[in-house]
Design a protein around this ligand. Structure first.
Ligand SMILES: Cc1cc2nc3c(=O)[nH]c(=O)nc-3n(C[C@H](O)[C@H](O)[C@H](O)COP(=O)(O)OP(=O)(O)OC[C@H]3O[C@@H](n4cnc5c(N)ncnc54)[C@H](O)[C@@H]3O)c2cc1C
Length: 383
């Protein structure tokens, strides 16, 4: 048993693993091939409380800690990255900023909707001209007569375009700071508003069963009280939310690597060449040993970052390191696992083919590896 996990974490792992193996694994390939977001599976994940796993019970969540949440995402990703993405984005990018920065009224109104009414909530930072350079937001929100009038749009947004999506937290330009920089603020925008439209992006190489979309905001009007946190603190709110989000991406990398490793172990044990299982060849033994070591290191790094967060200590540096490291080892492990599968691994009937594609987002979403190296360098005072 991992020294940082307790009995309740292990029980949760067992619960999510059983669900993922019984209900997700049998349909994962078809959902991927048909690029289908499954409302049925999403409802099952709501039934199990996975879409509110660390939200306090008074708001309808399961009230568990960060490690519990991470174990959940890890176990889903061990079987399917798309379902892990749905759960991770809703918890860490949808609910978390409202819980962390919302007024009592916002929390009391929005959280029961996001959990009880089963509305997925999206996080709108990325725009066509604002990716890594997220301060270059072009969406504008103008305050007039007690309402925000919002114009602009967001792209590549998880949980934004399916019928289960309820709305989005957007970063918008609310003024000019006078020093050449934009005043950025964060506003909660419900999908029901006039002028709000979405478009599903379904031509992805990875997470093909997750909902990724574009959002268009055409003179959308919301009350002034929909401002989340302090006006002008948008960048701080969005970037601190990403610290938590990075733990989720790290959990997806860890789970994916674990799944890819187990597939390699199984295949290497049953594939016979030169009258022996290919696992008996030292070249493959070394690959498997390296995979196991990388996974162990990734798990230690990630669980430590979660422990720091659960103990209210700074965790931004460790979250960035965990995201960077797990996403890179997920690529290496998926690649080595596929190599062990030979031609078989290139065929769609084998999950490793999907895992190999799914890992590729992890070095890009929620901070590319290049940006994470900058973040880690800055934590060490390197400028
Ligand atoms: C499936 C999917 C889901 C997503 N979900 C969400 C979501 O829910 N919400 C959301 O807001 N966004 C989401 N994103 C967007 C994601 O966070 C961005 O793609 C990511 O932040 C990188 O931005 P970019 O793709 O525009 O790359 P760019 O910023 O254009 O970067 C291109 C390349 O240049 C490098 N680069 C850029 N600047 C620097 C620099 N200063 N130094 C060194 N290298 C640099 C990058 O590392 C990268 O290699 C999602 C993306 C995908 C694909």
């Amino acid at each position: 048993m991992d020294p940082l996990l307790n009995k309740s974490h292990e029980e949760l792992r067992e619960e999510v693993r059983t669900f993922a193996e019984k209900e997700i694994a049998p349909v994962a390939r078809e959902l991927d091939e048909t690029s289908t977001f499954s409302e049925k599976l999403t409802h099952r994940m709501f039934d199990l409380g996975l879409l509110g796993i660390n939200t306090p019970e008074e708001y309808g969540g399961r009230g568990m800690d960060t490690l519990s949440y991470i174990v959940t995402v890890e176990e889903l990703a061990r079987v399917d990255g798309s379902q892990a993405a749905t759960v991770a984005a809703h918890n860490s990018l949808g609910i978390a900023p409202i819980l962390n920065y919302g007024t009592k009224e916002q929390i009391d109104t929005d959280l029961p909707k996001l959990i009880g009414k089963r509305k997925l909530w999206a996080f709108g930072l990325t725009e066509p001209n604002a990716g890594s350079d997220s301060n270059n937001t072009e969406t504008v929100a103008e305050l007039k007569d007690g309402n925000w009038h919002i114009n602009g749009g967001k792209i590549y947004i998880t949980n934004s375009a399916s019928a289960m999506s309820g709305g989005i937290t957007v970063q918008a330009v609310t003024d000019d700071r006078g020093d050449g920089r934009k005043e950025l603020s964060v506003i909660l925008v419900d999908r029901e508003n006039d002028g709000y439209s979405t478009e599903i992006i379904d031509s992805k190489m990875m997470w093909r069963a997750a909902d990724t979309g574009k959002i268009f905001l055409n003179n959308v009007t919301v009350p002034e009280e929909n401002l989340l946190g302090e006006r002008g603190k948008g960048s701080k709110i969005m970037l601190s939310t990403l610290d938590g989000g990075r733990l989720s991406i790290a959990a997806m990398g860890l789970g994916l690597a674990q799944g890819a490793f187990e597939q390699a172990m199984e295949y290497a044990g049953k594939r016979i060449q030169f009258r022996k299982p290919i696992r008996s060849f030292q070249a493959n033994q070394f690959k498997l040993a390296d995979m196991a070591t990388k996974i162990e290191l990734a798990r230690n790094l990630l669980y430590k970052a979660c422990w720091l967060k659960d103990h209210k200590q700074p965790f931004g540096k460790e979250a960035a390191m965990a995201k960077l490291y797990t996403s890179e080892i997920a690529r290496e492990v998926a690649n080595d696992s596929l190599q062990i599968h030979g031609a078989h691994g290139l065929m769609k009937e084998n999950a490793i083919e999907r895992f190999y594609r799914d890992q590729r987002i992890l070095e890009i979403g929620e901070g590319t590896s290049e940006i994470l190296r900058l973040v880690i360098a800055r934590h060490h005072g390197i400028r």
